[in-house]
Design a protein around this ligand. Structure first.
Ligand SMILES: Nc1ncnc2c1ncn2[C@@H]1O[C@H](COP(=O)(O)OP(=O)(O)OP(=O)(O)O)[C@@H](O)[C@H]1O
Length: 328
């Protein structure tokens, strides 16, 4: 019988491989993934379509065994110790399958009946802004409402580890914000959250660490700020800024380009370049219409990987080793 674990990473993935099919038809969707999720942190798995995010997450969820490698959730094997891991883990799959004839409240009550210590259904309804839809049948829910019901079920058992596959897909901006608040609240309570997302701003807003997958491997991993750190910042304005000195000569400018009437400067030091640009413009009384300045973002890193500008086969960084002894 499994016991509760000592403090340590909530999720540890080492050298994970997962293949579909066998023999000549085998396809390796996950090709050696290492990942650590510490308690009280949110890790976002980003990636191009087909990168292997769901394939990796399903192994962490215990829905499939690894082809090779090792996965521990709360120090336990998610397949061999499935009952214990499931009791302490909340899982949101990409698609749900609720009975269409039940109401929202009935669905939550049915779900709660399978748990040892569920939260009050009324609280779960309120958290996901579903109280007003409690008596509506599942078949009548909108896509966003269904997703929120799914999430309410995921969090009903007060899980220590929360695994969310694209939690905000199909949600409107307000519902998405609400889910972000909920996830931030989970982190504040010491839960660990591993989520996949296609929304870069979601990863930037929510994640303590981001792992970018491409072709079955994690090609970059770090905090959102770390990942953007080696990418240039950008300054844009409309027009060619006639009357200004040579823009390429401004401090820290890496590249100047003009596209469809918009001038773009890439800068290795946004403050230095921007200060010099604004000073030059002020000295010469030049307007810079539509001026915008952006720090290096996750988006630029992601696009560089997706376009092949950054090597997809960069070595997977060694995740931080836990300092405490992880129970195995
Ligand atoms: N059951 C399966 N049989 C064979 N190949 C599969 C199967 N499921 C997934 N794949 C393949 O494995 C690869 C990874 O798929 P996966 O769904 O894990 O990617 P993903 O990163 O989650 O993609 P998306 O962002 O599009 O959801 C894809 O090439 C996919 O076609």
């Amino acid at each position: 019988m499994s016991t509760r674990t000592s403090p340590g990473p909530h999720i540890e993935v080492r050298g994970l491989h997962r293949s579909y099919g066998s023999g000549a038809d085998a396809f390796e969707a996950v090709r050696g993934v290492d990942l650590v999720v510490e308690p009280g942190t949110v890790v976002a798995l980003l990636g191009t379509n087909g990168a292997g995010k769901t394939s990796a997450l399903e192994v962490v969820e215990g829905l499939a065994p690894p082809s090779s490698g090792e996965v521990r959730v709360l120090g336990l094997d998610p397949v061999a110790d499935r009952a214990e891991v499931r009791r302490r883990t909340g899982v949101l799959l990409q698609t749900s399958g609720f009975p269409a004839d039940l109401t929202v409240a009935e669905t939550l009550r049915m779900w709660a009946a399978t748990m040892t210590a569920p939260r009050p259904v009324a609280d779960a309804l309120a958290d996901l802004d579903l109280a007003g839809r409690a008596d509506v049948r599942v078949r009548a829910l909108s896509g966003g409402e269904l997703r929120r019901l799914d999430l309410a079920c995921t969090l009903l058992g007060e899980p220590e580890v929360v695994l969310l596959d694209e939690p905000t897909t199909g949600l409107d901006p307000e519902s998405r914000r609400r889910v972000w608040e909920l996830v931030a609240g989970l982190r504040d309570r010491g839960c660990s959250v591993l989520l996949t997302t296609h929304h870069l701003e979601e990863a930037e807003e929510l994640a303590d660490r981001v792992a970018i997958m491409h072709a079955g491997r994690i090609v970059r991993e770090g905090t959102p700020a770390e990942l953007g750190a080696d990418r240039p910042a950008t300054i844009r304005f409309e027009g060619a800024a006639a009357g200004l000195p040579d823009l390429a000569g401004l401090p820290a400018v890496a590249r100047v380009g003009t596209d469809h009437g918009t001038t773009t400067l890439e800068s290795r030091d946004l403050q230095a370049t921007l200060t010099a640009l604004l000073t030059a413009a002020a000295d010469r009384d030049v307007r810079l219409p539509g001026l915008e300045a952006r720090s290096a973002s996750l988006e630029s890193v992601f696009l560089a990987i997706a376009s092949g500008e950054e090597p997809a086969a960069a070595p997977t960084p060694e995740p931080a080793r836990p300092t405490g002894g992880a129970a195995r």
